[in-house]
Design a protein around this ligand. Structure first.
Ligand code: SAM
Ligand code: SF4
Length: 331
């Protein structure tokens, strides 16, 4: 293995989030604008090229790869990339292939993913109420998502539910969602809305700090802080009454950048060293013009430029911290 990826703040990068597409079959109102302009298909890296990018990171010590998007399961033939990564998994070169999905297509892919060595999947779900789900996703059908979750559990996948806390749309429903997830043996993580991309709405009307949600939950249950970590920004508590774990991802109310171990690559090969900053390195050019040697040099450059932290803030006057949507960077 070549030198591990370490940034100028001494943080070791061993986790890659790889976006397969910026497209999606839903339009969650905090994530996308209603009428999104998607990238031309010709600009996308092929699945083979995405595999080569992954190989370069693995050669530099990355041990965990998460496929994301847009919606990763809508990328045609995406399983061929999972098959490629699976060879690294079997050879012990990586520890985990993970996935983040809205689960609308999971009923089709749960079994093949499990057989390729995927163990854990994060599922984004912001309401169990069919009407609220339809409103938040601008047209989504919750039945498909619940079928996908059932298929994932049946296939023996460990599922975690990710829920973005929305002041007017699901804050009241969160305790019931926690009970529902924990009854099914699924952990749950709550996430604060982040100011990424223009969504033709004001995020002040959506944002609710998780400190507030936590106070409400503490009136109902005893939340026991745990030191458990999945290597990410989530801070976990255990809830005895429901028997499950609950994570809090609070980029705005409690910054977590000091322990950052990850970078993100878009489906066009842009390597973003921070979710909330614009600095990036063009891996597509490195790959197409220079091959593996130039890719390696590009990763070194990225490590030097990885910013210390994001500067997210949400208030009436603030504009999005970055112009690109979460669906472009891969959440
Ligand atoms: N489509 C897949 C999904 O929804 O799981 C994967 C991509 S999505 C961009 C990844 C995660 O980012 C989801 O959990 C979603 O809720 C979250 N997300 C999107 N936009 C966000 C925003 N502005 N603030 C906070 N979370 C956001
Ligand atoms: Fe699609 Fe995921 Fe964004 Fe929702 S959060 S619009 S499912 S990419």
């Amino acid at each position: 293995m070549n030198a591990p990826l370490t940034d100028s703040f001494g943080r070791n990068v061993n986790y890659l989030r790889l976006s397969l597409t910026d497209r999606c079959d839903l339009r969650c109102f905090y994530c996308m604008a209603e009428h999104m302009v998607f990238l031309p298909r010709k600009d996308l890296l092929s699945l083979e090229e995405l595999g080569q990018v992954a190989d370069a990171f693995i050669g530099r010590g990355v041990r965990k790869i998460r496929l994301t998007g847009g919606e990763p399961l809508v990328r045609k033939d995406f399983l061929t990339l999972v098959e490629h990564l699976s060879t690294h998994l079997s050879a012990g070169r990586i520890d985990e292939i993970a996935l983040t999905t809205n689960a609308t297509q999971l009923h089709r892919f749960a079994k093949p993913l499990k057989s390729l060595g995927v163990k854990r999947i994060n599922i984004s779900l912001d309401s169990l109420d069919p009407l609220a789900f339809n409103r938040i996703t601008r047209g989504g059908n919750i039945t498909r998502v619940l079928e996908g979750i059932d298929a994932g559990l049946e296939a023996g996948l460990k599922l975690k539910i990710n829920t973005v806390a929305l002041k007017n749309d699901n804050a009241d429903e969160i305790p019931a969602m926690i009970e529902w997830a924990h009854e099914r043996g699924m952990d749950m993580t709550l996430i604060e809305v982040m100011p990424m991309g223009d969504i033709s709405a004001n995020r002040t009307d959506q944002y609710i700090p998780l400190t507030e949600i936590r106070e409400t939950l503490e009136q109902k249950w005893a939340l026991h802080n745990t030191t458990e970590t999945t290597g990410g920004p989530s801070r976990y508590v255990h809830i005895n009454e429901t028997g499950g774990r609950l994570g809090f991802i609070s980029p705005l109310s409690q910054n977590f950048c000091a322990g950052c171990n990850r970078v993100r690559v878009t489906c066009t090969g842009k390597l973003y060293m921070c979710l909330g900053q614009n600095d990036h390195v063009d891996l597509r050019r490195a790959l197409r013009e220079g091959g593996p040697g130039m890719l390696d040099a590009a990763l070194d450059k990225a490590m030097i430029n990885k910013p210390e932290r994001h500067n997210f803030e949400i208030n009436r006057k603030s504009t999005p911290a970055v112009a690109r949507h979460m669906s472009v960077t891969g959440g």
